[in-house]
Design a protein around this ligand. Structure first.
Ligand SMILES: Nc1ncnc2c1ncn2[C@@H]1O[C@H](COP(=O)(O)OP(=O)(O)OP(=O)(O)O)[C@@H](O)[C@H]1O
Ligand SMILES: [Mg+2]
Length: 183
């Protein structure tokens, strides 16, 4: 995997994929570093479409809806953060291909944290996820570490410890796209 992150630079019109197992802290990170309106969350869509945030049955429909929302924002040149596990390379590939179609850079922020941290955090929150599912997701991330470099990301930032997640500085750049929208 590419850069170990201390400083993450995000272009204004970029597509940002948060990549990490359940409980790795993606939504917490998104809330801390991005405006709520820039974040598209698979769990929120699942709650809208399915019965609850943890309803996995509506997965395909959730991903379709997520893609539609991402496409609209990419067309408008708006910064878009996808808060989903993104551990399935085929789903990543679809999102990356879409961003490239609209000439938007894609950044990956990988939450490469140990399984026991993810599990203990999940145990401490209301919404639970089965341990076997989390184990599989952590395994997928480990397995895909090398291939992520080949998937077409403009940059990949790997956060390999809670300390790194805590101390990373994230800067959103004002680019030509953002200026065009706000003028
Ligand atoms: N840096 C952190 N330090 C301590 N606790 C954290 C940190 N980040 C997240 N948590 C806690 O861990 C739990 C899981 O975090 P969060 O819900 O952000 O994970 P997630 O990656 O979005 O999971 P999911 O994929 O299931 O949505 C939450 O209870 C959150 O408060
Ligand atoms: Mg979340």
């Amino acid at each position: 995997m590419s850069t170990t992150a201390g400083h993450i630079e995000v272009a204004a019109g970029a597509l940002v994929l948060l990549i990490g197992a359940a409980g790795s802290g993606k939504s917490t990170f998104a809330a801390r570093h991005f405006a709520p309106g820039d974040v598209i969350s698979s769990d929120q869509l699942r709650a809208l479409i399915g019965k609850s945030e943890s309803d996995q049955r509506a997965n395909n429909e959730v991903f379709d809806r997520l893609q539609t929302l991402v496409r609209k924002r990419l067309v408008a040149g708006a910064l878009t953060v996808v808060d989903a596990t993104n551990t399935d390379w085929m789903r990543r590939a679809e999102l990356i291909a879409m961003a490239r179609r609209y000439h938007r850079p894609v950044l990956g922020i990988v939450f490469d944290l140990p399984l026991d941290i993810c599990l203990s955090r999940i145990a401490g929150r209301l919404r639970t996820v089965r341990a076997a599912v989390v184990r599989q997701q952590v395994g997928d991330i480990h397995r895909d570490r090398e291939r992520l470099d080949l998937e077409g990301f403009a940059a990949i930032y790997a956060l390999g410890s809670t300390n790194q997640v805590e101390h990373v500085i994230l800067e959103i750049k004002k680019g030509p796209v953002a200026r065009a929208l706000s003028s």
